[in-house]
Design a protein around this ligand. Structure first.
Ligand code: SF4
Length: 694
């Protein structure tokens, strides 16, 4: 029991972990934060929170935070603490020198989905208006970039179609490649409440997840597919709906392109897409697929929620398209209780994508080749915008290894731990002449940095996050930044050190600029957000109160577009050397690479990553529960303890990547989504063998 005394005041702000975007009261005594209390008026959480958010403040005050800028000539030199002026001057001179010697395409940035909209907007502006290229990418590259592509192609915009309240009107909830009980707990509670009231649950996931188990009593349909076969399963679901005549033809005729539908219907009707034809490939009994398809098509309001188990595949974009097709086929779009909803892993994945962090899009998902849009930004920024898409994260690393990419500003992202194929990431970073890491802690990536700029936590800044339901929530400063500056100020200082003349005095001014240049944010400003508590975009003249449900009268692109979804096997194959398939995920108490949660009270719930392995596979290898095992793939190997469980099927193993000593991404490969380069974290051929330990 910890005695906290009586708090003297509180500040309402937004959780900086997952895409639910819970609202909290940060309670203080003097300047000391003593407690985080979930806020009852929070529209996403209504007074609830999970174990991550409640203890989030632990990392803000952790002793390992770096509070002073540091520089070094070479990555083998010791760090030298310097003033902000010296650090920014050093960084600016290096970046300018690289551009002068190697050209403007030789530098770029990686933004973080954990930073605010305003910070993210400024980082992409730094790239486009100061570096004069489009080499800006976001960590959404490695999670939800296929959502951007798939929903953009089919519906016309990359966003969840519903608000969280919508689930209260759902009769059938299909969860594909997501485990909200662990990764989005507060939303999962609302989902499970609806299931207790009678809604049916379909879960498509290789693991018997906590989401499956929590709702099992209520007629759950679990489709335990073999990792990498999402497209075959989603297309088989469509096959059943079309061939059994379960489509909503009136919806399709009115809202979708009929010719494209007919082509798609002919495609999915082919016998090789039938559940029986793909049963041995997917591992899902054909009758289970048929039951799930009938239930989704005829069971009332059908809603789909999906996560990284959909996107992080070589066919991630194809699966997103397949999911969008399912909703159009059944008319499950455009009203409460239905829709297609990507569950965003990080607090501001939606906002990061909205703010133009991708190398081909300016804020508001407008392509850099669009002359009118570039002219709009030129008018505001006073510089020509490059009309060629820039480099994605993996392209930056490839170019670095080849010698043409030399300088990187990496804000709030530990790419060495979070990105796949760690050896390749390290080689790319080591080949650069200037790596600027802007972060809270000396993370793994910082081992390859020349400049370290201390970052500020969500408790030390003003701004906005946009959650998974497109809700723009205010982030309010609870305490002064321990490092001296909010992150947007650091980016502004770096831009000005490189010759810009930015004069933002407060993030609200940045939001005003975003609103001026981005039609879906045209009605957003801080006064309005204070008055309304929060708002879902689009928020503009047409929708001054925001937009709880999208595509009500028509799709953003006009007619909904059906696209064929042919299954193509990943190049990552099992074989005699690597006979098992590894898939990865998260647990409730930890968040991503754990840089934050490992520095909070949450560490007591999870102090190491473990490998889940089926009893048959363990027995065949002489592995007992709790033994150390060697996990090896074509990319590399690591050592961790085994947990024997039938949550995973024979032939499949599973682990998390929360701890740097495990470095699970040492074993993941560099295969990626065909459309977006999102890494294929979810499918790695591996061998597991007994080990004496690390
Ligand atoms: Fe809410 Fe997600 Fe934060 Fe948990 S981690 S408190 S569910 S926003």
């Amino acid at each position: 029991v910890v005695e906290i005394g009586t708090p003297e005041r509180s500040v309402i702000t937004t959780c900086a972990y997952c895409g639910v975007g819970c609202s909290f009261k940060a309670e203080l005594r003097g300047d000391e934060l003593v407690r985080m209390v979930p806020h009852k008026d929070g529209k996403a959480n209504r007074g609830h929170s999970c174990v991550k958010g409640r203890f989030a403040w632990g990392y803000a005050t952790h002793k390992e935070r770096i509070l002073n800028p540091m520089i070094r000539d070479k990555i083998t030199d010791p760090w030298r603490e310097v003033s902000w002026d010296e650090a920014l001057g050093f960084a600016a001179n290096r970046m300018k020198g690289i551009i002068a010697e190697h050209g403007r395409q030789s530098v770029g940035v990686i933004t973080s989905s954990r930073c605010t909209n305003e910070e993210t907007y400024l980082v992409q502006k730094l790239t486009r208006a100061v570096f004069l290229n489009n080499n800006t990418d976001t960590c959404a590259r490695v999670c939800h970039s296929p959502t951007g592509y798939g929903l953009g192609q089919t519906y016309g915009t990359s966003a969840g179609t519903q608000n969280f309240d919508s689930v209260e009107h759902s009769d059938v909830i299909m969860v594909i490649g997501a485990n909200p009980s662990a990764a989005h707990p507060v939303f999962a509670s609302r989902m499970k409440k609806r299931i207790r009231q009678g809604a049916k649950l379909i879960v498509v996931d290789p693991r018997r997840t906590e989401t499956v188990e929590a709702a099992h009593a209520n007629a759950t349909h679990h489709l335990p597919l073999r990792p990498g076969t999402n497209v075959a399963v989603v297309t088989a679901l469509a096959h059943v709906i079309v061939t059994e005549g379960l489509m909503n033809e009136a919806f399709i005729r009115e809202r979708c392109d009929w010719d494209e539908f007919q082509d798609y219907a002919e495609f999915v009707s082919q016998p090789h897409h039938a559940p029986e034809a793909v049963e041995s490939l997917t591992g899902v009994p054909a009758e289970t697929v048929r039951e799930a398809a009938r239930l989704y098509a005829t069971g009332g309001n059908g809603a789909i929620y999906y996560g990284l188990g959909v996107t992080e595949h070589s066919q991630g974009s194809t699966t997103v398209i397949g999911i969008a097709n399912l909703a159009m086929l059944t008319g499950n779009i455009g009203r409460p209780g239905v829709g297609v909803n990507p569950l965003r892993g990080q607090n501001n994945v939606q906002g990061s994508c909205d703010m133009g962090s991708f190398p081909h899009e300016l804020p508001g998902y407008r392509h850099v080749k669009n002359d009118d849009v570039r002219a709009l930004f030129k008018g505001a920024w006073g510089v020509d915008i490059d009309n060629e898409p820039g480099l994605r994260i993996p392209n930056m690393l490839d170019a670095a290894v080849e010698g043409s990419f030399k300088g990187l500003y990496c804000q709030g992202e530990d790419i060495l731990q979070s990105d796949p194929d760690t050896k390749h990431v390290a080689a790319g970073l080591a080949a650069m002449d200037c790596v600027i890491v802007h972060d809270l802690f000396l993370n793994e990536t910082a081992n390859y940095a020349h400049v370290f700029l201390p970052g500020s936590t969500f408790l030390e800044k003003n701004g906005t996050f946009t959650n998974a339901e497109r809700r723009i929530n205010l982030v309010r400063k609870v305490m002064a930044p321990k490092n001296g500056y909010e992150d947007w100020e650091v980016t502004q200082m770096l831009a000005n050190a490189m010759g810009a003349n930015w004069n933002y005095a407060h993030p609200s001014q940045i939001m005003d600029e975003i609103a001026l240049l981005t039609p879906s944010f045209a009605g957003v400003n801080y006064d309005m957000l204070e008055a309304k508590n929060s708002v879902q975009w689009p928020c503009n003249e047409k929708a001054p109160e925001g937009t709880p449900t999208m595509h009500v009268d028509g799709f953003v692109r006009g007619k909904g577009k059906f696209i064929r979804t042919e299954y193509v096997a990943t190049d990552e194959k099992t074989g005699p050397r690597f006979p098992l398939l590894l898939t990865t995920g998260r647990i409730l108490s930890q968040y991503n690479v754990g840089a934050q949660t490992r520095r909070t009270a949450n560490v007591v719930w999870h102090d190491q990553d473990v490998l889940e392995i089926h009893p048959h596979d363990a027995e065949n290898r002489g592995i007992r529960d709790g033994d150390y095992v060697r996990l090896a793939s074509r990319s590399g190997e690591t050592t961790l303890r085994a947990t024997i469980t039938d949550k995973v099927s024979p032939g499949v193993v599973y682990t998390t990547f929360h701890h740097p000593d495990t470095q699970a991404n040492v074993v993941t490969t560099d295969f990626s989504d065909w459309a977006t380069n999102c890494p294929e974290y979810k499918v790695t051929a591996v061998q597991v063998s007994p080990s004496n330990g690390p």
